[in-house]
Design a protein around this ligand. Structure first.
Ligand SMILES: [Zn+2]
Ligand SMILES: [Zn+2]
Length: 614
């Protein structure tokens, strides 16, 4: 009896020791290692993971995400939903959870649930194209054609896809209107704000017949009307003709390529054509408050509707076989619109003021350094987005007027300023664009938990957590910042990615791996390798790295996961744009912390001064 009892005690003790050792070894397991094994389909016993306890919230989030994916891959929806509930408030992880649930219900033909989850993804991030595609397909099946059309349209802006085009054509025929019609409407003039503050503003020439990338749109004629009477001058500044203003007086200027002259269509004289031989012509209104509306551009027989109202003058230049239309405008009146287009009108006033000063600096720097051949700046993202009068608001006009004439300088010289939507937490140096500049150094938009102020330095210890469970950031945790701007996710089927890379990049053959070779300290990728069965390609240019998928990634700062169980690549990213100079989301975060526009500018541009030019 006693003997047996001792035996029992010893066995219990030994098994207890073994058990504790076991617990200890499993508890020390690395959740990232476990996730990696799961993604490679190497996990056999899921119970082992469920029982693990981790020290940090980050680790437990990754554990729950892995378990969620395990169950959704096994189609055990009850268990999957339990983990989904826990993960619901963690962005960007909830994007993957909601996307996978949407997909699950879509495949089950439970379309109401599929809509619910994919709508959530798109609401959080308008550029989560895969979720939008799923949403559009679901509405299409549900025969909600209005909504399907809306989402397919957005998708078509970012990539040309035969399937989407076919659906767009079908939907517009079902809904009874043609999506390719040019607007023939005539818009009326608005009352514009003018101020004596801009009396000394220098003029800037803005190319307005340009594409988003700064290249020229091929046109040979422009149709417009002025609110007031105006005059046309040739390149010797000689007046050519006086013209009537008003909404009923449409004017056309065209360029006769063969005969090499400008033609002005005299609409009051039975469309007679007045010929001018000149390198360019300038169209000047007779009143300060006059505006003009560009109705359309033409290229031979086809025309493109514009219907946009501008301040200032028009300059029309001719090249060999086309014309360039330029808006000659006071720089500050140009900024009324740019500030709204670039940062958004509903942002805090100090952030708008910082944007006004930086945008003025960008424009003048480009003007002084001849960035474009025929004008100072284009109207697209290539320089700064300019949408003329319709974007102006009281807030942006105020921000420009309160900083009138101010620019950012370094050693008394105007700086080569940059800005971008969101840096993801740490900005980049200018190294990747050109040799380094002292005033363009990494800036930390990270909030110290204890003091709630920004920190001066920070080391990313683990990129995985940086992207999936980021720390508190000025450019993330501000009420002015939309979640999908700071962190984002794209989910791309391996097969689709293979097709895209083979058609757009090079014949790589079967896609075997994508390897990140090197990064900047802030996570932005410097070099990436696409390994194919036929060829391996190395990419090291920012725009090439972002274009590794169809309808490009928001930034070159990301990690990649490949889930063997559903054959998908996950791109987990941070930030939006090149990451150099002022982070617009961070500017809003700083303004929210009561920082002035000068402090905001000095946060992003080190050792600089703000000077008043006029
Ligand atoms: Zn440009
Ligand atoms: Zn930032």
């Amino acid at each position: 009896m006693t003997k047996n009892f001792f035996k029992y005690i010893i066995i219990t003790l030994i098994s207890y020791i073994i058990f504790t050792i076991n617990i200890k070894t499993t508890a020390q397991q690395d959740i990232l290692e476990i996730r990696k094994n799961y993604l490679e389909d190497k996990i056999t016993n899921i119970n082992e993971i469920e029982n693990l306890e981790f020290q940090t919230e980050e680790e437990n989030i990754i554990k729950n995400l892995t378990l969620f994916e395990f169950y959704i891959d096994k189609k055990s929806i009850e268990q999957a939903l339990q983990y989904a509930k826990y993960l619901n408030s963690f962005f960007p992880i909830n994007q993957l959870v909601n996307y996978r649930l949407a997909e699950y219900y879509y495949n089950l033909k439970n379309y109401e649930e599929a809509v619910k989850y994919s709508e959530e993804c798109v609401k959080n991030d308008s550029r989560f194209h895969e979720a939008r595609n799923l949403l559009a397909n679901t509405y299409y099946i549900l025969k909600d054609y209005q909504k399907a059309l809306k989402h397919y349209k957005v998708l078509s802006w970012f990539k040309s896809d035969k399937e989407i085009t076919t659906k767009l054509e079908y939907l517009s025929s079902q809904l009874g209107y043609n999506i390719t019609t040019n607007g023939q409407k005539t818009i009326n003039f608005s009352k514009i704000y003018t101020s004596t503050l801009t009396t000394n503003s220098p003029y800037i020439k803005v190319g307005i017949s340009t594409k988003d990338n700064g290249k020229l749109i091929k046109i040979d004629a422009v149709k417009f009307y002025f609110s007031d009477d105006f005059e046309i001058y040739d390149d010797k500044n000689k007046k050519v003709i006086f013209c009537k203003g008003g909404i009923d007086n449409e004017w056309t200027i065209l360029y006769r390529t063969q005969q090499k002259f400008f033609g002005i269509i005299l609409n009051n004289e039975k469309n007679k054509e007045l010929k001018i031989k000149s390198q360019y012509i300038t169209i000047k209104p007779l009143s300060e408050n006059s505006t003009f509306i560009i109705k359309e551009y033409k290229w031979f027989k086809s025309s493109f509707a514009v219907n946009k109202e501008f301040r200032g003058e028009i300059i029309v230049k001719h090249l060999k076989d086309q014309i360039v239309v330029i808006n000659n405008i006071k720089i500050d009146e140009y900024l009324y619109s740019v500030v709204a287009k670039e940062i958004g009108k509903d942002k805090p006033q100090e952030a708008l003021k910082a944007q006004a000063v930086v945008a003025r600096t960008v424009a003048l720097y480009r003007k002084n350094n001849n960035f474009h051949k025929y004008f100072d700046v284009c109207c697209g993202q290539h320089c700064q987005v300019y949408d003329a009068i319709k974007s102006e608001t009281e807030q942006t006009i105020n921000a420009v007027n309160k900083t009138i004439g101010e620019i950012v300088t370094h050693n008394d010289k105007i700086i080569h300023a940059f800005f971008h939507a969101n840096c993801g937490g740490i900005t980049s140096s200018a190294e990747k664009f050109f040799s380094n500049k002292e005033y363009l150094q990494p800036t930390y938009d990270i909030i110290k938990e204890e003091s709630h102020t920004e920190t001066q330095n920070y080391e990313i210890k683990n990129f995985y957590y940086w992207y999936l469970t980021p720390p508190k950031l000025l450019c993330k945790d501000s009420s002015f910042v939309h979640p999908g701007v700071s962190r984002w996710l794209r989910v791309i089927k391996k097969d689709e990615l293979k097709k895209f890379l083979n058609s757009k990049l090079a014949t790589v053959g079967k896609l075997k791996d994508i390897i990140i070779v090197s990064r900047e300290d802030n996570g932005y990728i410097k070099k990436i390798k696409v390994v194919g069965s036929y060829k391996t390609i190395t990419l090291n240019k920012e725009h090439k790295i972002r274009n590794i998928v169809a309808s490009s990634l928001k930034s070159s700062s990301f990690i990649i996961e490949y889930n063997k169980n559903n054959d998908c690549y996950y791109f987990w990213g941070a930030g939006w744009g090149h990451g150099i100079g002022m982070c617009q989301s961070g500017a809003c975060g700083l303004a929210e912390q009561q920082k002035s526009y000068k402090e905001i500018i000095q946060h992003y541009f080190k050792n600089t001064e703000i000077k008043k030019l006029y």
